[in-house]
Ligand binder design. Structure first.
Ligand code: F6R
Length: 611
């Protein structure tokens, strides 16, 4: 959350930064701004999206070969021009962008106010910037040294990038907890929150680590730790193409990403499982396989959609490995003094790999001796690097704020891990193992078949778009799918929606049912199918509108459901990867039918790097 971009080199900085900010807008879109050096330090900022900033700058002389830019997701201070980044120091000499939160900003601010500093915004960023400036003035030290001293006092998470009017040759950046990637070009450097603003120019990047400071000139990159010792930059080659981060003819990233799923699931399975010979190979898991096999319990830690993937995986792991699984909201796990023993296995699930709640939760469990396995999409991200081992989901960049293809890829990876461990433990017989491997193999094709029902889902969306509430119901493996359906609808269409276990409905939520309430049933053939159909009867008897997702050839919802969506039959353990597709498409089409910006829903940001 919050996107930062910076450039230093021989190009015009503004177009590079503007394009980069548009690519990072998924991280926040409350306001945007840039600072450039053109006859002195110039800062331009505007409430709203990057396009609003761009519009105000048309026709201005923006020539500069150095610059910093920011797109904001508000934490301290409402979204407004004055709270937008970059911020300027009191002397006007320094400009800074920041992603993260300075938790002890109030006490630092008070110190500065006592010294006569005035603040023009409500942000923690302006406090940190003036704190740095104050140290520089009082100590008469170089900016780099002032940053180092200031950061030793700071509690919180940050990536900061500073520009100094008196030193047009240098950018200074530092990181703790929030992501920073530096792209290395020929006589130029690119800085960004992720690699998407960089890949068009260079594939050589350095992921800056926590507590590192970068001093960047056009042709030189120096990394130091906070003890002022040089650190050798570790250069990584990006394995990503520009096309992967563009819309490719779709109206929205969300739709593109929903439609990519046959490929992303295939890519995730490819090279890892072979259904013909019955093998699963996952090198990042293999080295911890013994710990997994002998684990007394497994804890899954995640947030949002990734947490829903964890809930499905709980059922899968317990079924196939007979190891008890707990699924924890990362934000709750960290702060309730959880019981973690040396050798406990924790699986952290995250698309971005930067979610602060998940990151701090696994860091504290790691300190207690737990083994952390990451199921992460973004290569080189903080969670991936903090984990001892794990497996990437290989879903490619997910830019739409609502998570879609990451969920199915997470399930594919988690299912493979559970199958592998179950096979090693002997808790699954060969026949079932082979059957499930074949079922996994068929998922990409079955997902393609569901995607063919896009037009039908669009029509259903049109019919129900004005509802004020929705209920999503499912049982067993389909219960987390119902939760995910409700979350997708809430975030994309702003319609209140709740997911429940279908049988739990009679313990309270059934009071909500009347002729206006659409109730989505995830009711594909499984062990509880008949009971779910009875639950459907109960809704119909109270005149609720039933939208049912059923298995092909199943007639049991006929006469009960107002709208029926059929999906190919799959083993119940595999079915969530298929059944979630109509949930995603329904939410998408309702959001579009309501005229909303589905790629950038209000108040949200994709990569939630604050706790
Ligand atoms: C929902 C959504 C969020 C994320 C959550 C975790 O569509 O996008 O609920 O799933 O913020 O993010 P990651 O998976 O990046 O840790």
């Amino acid at each position: 959350m919050c996107g930062i971009v910076a450039y230093i080199g021989h190009k015009e900085a503004y177009p590079v930064i503007l394009k980069g900010l548009k690519r990072l807008e998924y991280r926040g879109y409350d306001s945007a701004g840039v600072a450039l050096l053109n006859n002195g330090l110039k800062v331009y900022k505007k409430k709203g999206k990057v396009a609003d900033l761009e519009e105000t700058l048309v026709g201005k002389d923006l020539h500069s070969n150095i610059g910093i830019g920011h797109t904001r997701w508000a934490t301290h201070g409402e979204p407004s021009d004055r709270n937008a980044h970059p911020h300027r120091s009191q002397s006007g000499k320094l400009a800074m962008i920041h992603n993260g939160i300075i938790e002890n900003y109030a006490s630092i601010k008070q110190e500065l106010v006592n010294k006569g500093y005035h603040f023009t915004s409500d942000t923690d960023t302006e406090v940190l910037l003036n704190f740095i400036e104050d140290i520089r003035i009082n100590n008469g030290c170089p900016l780099e040294e002032a940053v180092r001293i200031a950061l030793k006092r700071v509690v919180g998470a940050y990536v900061i990038v500073l520009m100094d009017e008196d030193d047009p040759e240098t950018l200074i950046a530092a990181r703790k907890g929030s992501p920073l990637v530096i792209g290395i070009g020929k006589g130029e450097h690119f800085l960004a929150s992720d690699a998407s603003p960089i890949i068009e120019y260079t594939k050589e990047v350095v992921y800056v680590n926590d507590y590192e400071l970068a001093i960047i000139k056009a042709d030189e990159l120096v990394l130091k730790n906070l003890g002022n010792e040089k650190v050798t930059p570790f250069i990584t080659k990006l394995d990503m193409e520009l096309a992967a981060i563009e819309k490719g003819g779709y109206d929205h990233f969300m739709l593109k990403e929903i439609f990519e799923q046959p490929h992303t699931i295939f890519d995730c399975l490819r090279g890892r499982m072979d259904a013909t010979v019955g093998s699963i190979t996952m090198s990042g898991i293999q080295q911890y396989a013994d710990q997994l096999v002998n684990a007394n319990r497994i804890i899954m830690i995640a947030c949002g959609t990734s947490w829903h993937a964890g809930l499905v995986a709980e059922y899968i792991f317990e079924e196939l490995t007979r190891i008890p699984v707990e699924v924890e909201y990362a934000s709750e796990f960290r702060y309730r003094n959880p019981i973690v023993h040396k050798g406990d296995v924790i699986i952290a699930i995250s698309q971005s790999g930067e979610t602060a709640d998940t990151l701090v939760a696994i860091e504290s469990a790691k300190e207690k001796g737990a083994i952390i396995l990451g199921v992460v999409n973004v290569v080189g991200s903080s969670i991936a690097r903090t984990s001892h081992g794990g497996a990437y989901t290989h879903a490619g960049p997910e830019i739409g704020v609502a998570s879609t293809k990451a969920f199915t890829a997470q399930l594919a990876v988690l299912t493979m891990i559970a199958l592998k461990i179950g096979q090693m433990k002997g808790t699954i017989d060969d026949k079932r193992f082979m059957h499930l491997l074949n079922e996994l193999n068929d998922v990409p094709e079955k997902v393609s078949l569901v995607l063919q029902q896009d037009e039908q889902l669009k029509a259903i969306a049109e019919k129900y778009k004005d509802a004020s509430d929705f209920l999503y119901l499912g049982r067993g493996y389909n219960f987390p799918v119902a939760l995910e359906g409700a979350l997708k609808l809430k975030e994309i269409s702003y319609i209140h929606a709740e997911g429940y276990p279908a049988a739990e409905m009679k313990h309270g939520p059934i009071a909500l049912v009347d002729e206006k309430l659409p109730v989505v049933f995830v009711a594909t053939k499984d062990a509880y199918h008949e009971k779910v159909i009875s639950n459907m009867q109960e809704i119909k008897a109270r005149k609720g509108k039933v939208i049912a997702v059923v298995s092909e050839g199943d007639e049991s919802a006929k006469g009960l459901a107002d709208d029926i969506i059929t999906v190919p039959f799959a083993d119940e353990l595999i079915a969530p990867m298929i059944n979630v597709i109509p949930m995603q498409l329904l939410a998408y089409h309702i959001g579009v039918a309501k005229g909303l910006d589905v790629d950038k829903p209000r108040n949200l940001a994709k990569s939630v790097t604050v706790e």
